[in-house]
Design a protein around this ligand. Structure first.
Ligand code: 5GP
Length: 214
């Protein structure tokens, strides 16, 4: 198990509805040492890429992106979410369906912060169905910038987002891939990424146990 998988097993909570709660260390209370280790790992995995900007989405991506940015020595731009269609100014806008809140948000980035000369690493906390990511990809595409890669803390491999994004040809690196979880027993099944061919293969899974919550 890698450091993030170990932490998920120790402090993550499997909830009903395929939701993994990691709010004690990742996306509410944040363990900065852990985030720093994640940033170093993203830097290692994207070491050969000419990244000059990190793009994430509010709110939970921001902390992870900011700590990672220190390893890349680049600025962070975060896309803002708004349910209002009353938007003005020069902005890139994409529509995103929220997995956790089951609603449609507009995701917005000011045009002045993304341009064709930018080489972007997209970072987020979770990848589930891939809607948030598709919105960010659409924004980068509108700006003419280049997506150099995508770094995700936790991918839920039993939902289609990871497969869809990899099939589009992007280098998608997820620090932990959960291939299954059981809200009754707290079991979490991680994909064995050491057996993966590049980042797109399917490795052997291991089963670990975390806490459960109704
Ligand atoms: P997607 O757009 O890929 O379906 O979902 C990604 C977003 O939904 C993430 O940014 C994250 O905020 C939220 N999300 C999806 N699944 C989970 C989950 O199991 N636990 C938590 N805490 N957030 C999730």
């Amino acid at each position: 198990m890698n450091f993030l998988e170990e932490r998920i097993v120790k402090d993550g909570v499997v909830k009903k509805g395929n939701v993994l709660k990691v709010d004690s260390f990742l996306n509410h209370q944040m363990d900065i040492k852990l985030l720093d280790e994640m940033g170093a790992e993203f830097k290692r995995r994207f070491a050969d890429k000419p990244i000059n900007k990190i793009l994430t989405i509010e709110a939970s991506g921001i902390g992870i992106a900011c700590v990672a940015a220190q390893h890349f020595n680049v600025p962070v731009v975060f896309a803002k979410k708004s349910q209002s269609i009353n938007l003005d100014g020069d902005m890139y806008v994409a529509e995103v369906e929220s997995f956790t809140h089951k609603c449609i948000n507009h995701v917005i980035v000011a045009q002045k912060f993304l341009s064709p000369s930018d080489h972007v690493l997209i970072i987020d906390d979770f990848l589930a169905n891939g809607c948030a990511l598709q919105g960010l990809l659409q924004i980068v595409q509108s700006s003419g910038a280049t997506v150099e890669g995508i770094g995700i803390a936790i991918e839920k491999g039993f939902q289609p987002g990871g497969r869809i994004i990899r099939n589009l040809g992007f280098q998608l690196e997820s620090l932990a891939i959960v291939d299954g979880m059981n809200a009754e027993t707290g079991e979490i099944q991680f994909r064995d990424q050491s057996k993966m061919n590049g980042s797109a293969g399917v490795g052997k899974d291991r089963i670990c146990r975390s806490a459960t919550l109704d």
